[in-house]
Design a protein around this ligand. Structure first.
Ligand code: C2E
Ligand code: CA
Ligand code: CA
Length: 412
């Protein structure tokens, strides 16, 4: 488990001390609600040098080093805070993009210098107060606090069963039979309603919580594959086992035991490997080519297929297709969208399909919204399609009905 997955919420009552001057600190807090006062010892008395309210970060020096706390922070109202440990913070900095990391280090060093200078100044330290409030009002700060909040709620959502998978059918073009489904995550928030993965997946990827989400999604998909396979009208299925395609992220591969996780989940669920496809993006492969290759080879040897998602949006070099063990390419919907409008996009899709076929790789086109798109793809010899024209992603119950009652469309 990594990142913010181990962040925790804490409640402090009015008068409680959150941070005590002189103590060793290893965490900072983000105030969600309530307010605190900042106090320092001078000549045996506690003097208030400032107050902080919701959205502020306190005790952040502990993120930089383990020097004793330079002030006492006490709740002036009941407070709800999120705790960030130094270990967690360090993990985040470590996994940040190199430029971001460099800028972080520079800012942290300057901040530390400024604080140590300010300790020799008479109080209250205006330099410190204004620098702190500038930082607190910063857009970045708000974004970071918001991401932290989503992440905390998301972790809770997993244990409260608020996460669910929707299933979107993948249809074989030559006979219009059901080949499988892609599992797409949804967050059923009690107040905000259905939240799209475009909002919460990036936050979970950033914090490392994605590893838990992926593991959960794989387990649920194993059960779904079983029920869908059993419920299906055999006449509506192709010759291959009905599959569920599960999305994975780069963090899933960084733990080093990706294959073992997949294998143990499938084994414990009693799922045949052929019922599960692993869906990953080009950028994932490029971030850590060697470990990804090894993990994928083991998965494939075990019997689970590997699909490249959003093909065409990431890397222009196609040579990696030879390097990685790949069964399927999923052509991104942006190509499909422009294909019916201009000839050059159609030629591009045609050549992607040709290239894939030369390498014994199957093609799935994503985001089919019109009959015309389906018709062009049939003409181009694309094997499978997925899109609103066939069906939108749906909850398992609807998918169970779908595999019994699907009426294959006829393409003119
Ligand atoms: P994706 O993997 O490319 O998934 C396909 C997205 O296209 C889905 O959006 C799907 O609802 C949408 N889509 C399908 N057919 C059509 C169509 O005909 N027209 C249009 N306009 N859109 C179509 P969704 O479900 O909102 O998911 C968004 C992205 O979130 C996914 O893109 C994927 O990157 C990520 N995601 C979703 N579930 C998971 C998950 O369980 N794990 C991970 N790591 N990522 C996930
Ligand atoms: Ca996908
Ligand atoms: Ca996609």
């Amino acid at each position: 488990m990594g990142g913010m997955a181990d962040s925790a919420k804490k409640i402090f009552k009015k008068g409680d001390v959150l941070i005590r001057e002189g103590d060793q600190g290893d965490s900072a807090y983000v105030i969600e609600s309530g307010s605190v006062e900042i106090l320092i010892q001078r000549d045996g008395a506690l003097i208030q040098i400032g107050t902080r309210g919701p959205g502020s970060i306190i005790g952040e020096m502990a993120m930089i080093d383990d020097k004793p706390r330079t002030a006492t922070i006490r709740a002036t109202e009941d407070c709800l805070v999120m705790e960030i440990s130094r270990a967690d913070f360090a993990r985040r900095v470590d996994s940040a993009d190199p430029i971001l990391k460099m800028v972080m280090r520079v800012i942290m060093t300057r901040y530390r210098d400024m604080i140590s200078r300010s300790q020799f100044m008479p109080l209250p330290s205006h330099a410190l107060t204004s620098a702190e409030s500038a930082e607190n009002s910063d857009e970045f700060h708000k974004l970071a606090v918001n991401a932290l909040k989503i992440n905390y709620e998301l972790k809770a959502a997993l244990s409260k069963n608020e996460l669910m998978l929707y299933y979107q059918p993948i249809i074989s073009l030559k006979d219009m039979k059901i080949a499988g489904f892609e599992a797409l995550m949804r967050w059923k928030h009690p107040e905000k309603g259905l939240i799209s993965p475009g909002v919460f997946i990036p936050v979970a990827e950033e914090s490392g919580l994605i590893v838990e989400l992926s593991r959960w999604a794989l387990g649920v998909s194993c059960d779904a594959a079983k029920s869908l396979h059993q419920a299906a009208d055999r006449k509506l299925l192709g010759n291959h086992p009905l599959f569920i395609s599960v999305n994975f992220s780069v963090k899933d591969f960084s733990s080093g035991n990706f294959f073992d996780q997949v294998k143990s989940t499938l084994t414990s669920k009693g799922t045949e490997p052929a019922h599960i496809h692993l869906e990953i993006t080009e950028s994932l492969l490029m971030e850590a080519p060697a470990p990804a290759k090894e993990a994928l080879e083991r998965c494939r040897h075990f019997g689970t297929s590997v699909s490249i998602d959003d093909f065409g949006t990431g890397y222009s070099s196609l040579s990696y297709l030879h390097y990685f063990p790949i069964d399927t390419l999923k052509i991104d919907q942006s190509f499909i969208r422009s294909m019916s409008k201009d000839l050059s996009s159609k030629v591009l899709v045609k050549s992607i399909i040709g290239l894939a076929h030369n390498m014994n790789i199957k093609v799935i086109a994503e985001g089919i919204e019109t009959e015309q798109e389906a018709s062009i793809l049939t003409e181009l010899d694309c094997e499978e399609c997925q899109g609103f024209w066939f069906a939108r992603p749906m909850p398992l119950d609807d998918a169970l009905t779908f595999v019994k009652n699907w009426v294959p469309p006829k393409i003119a």
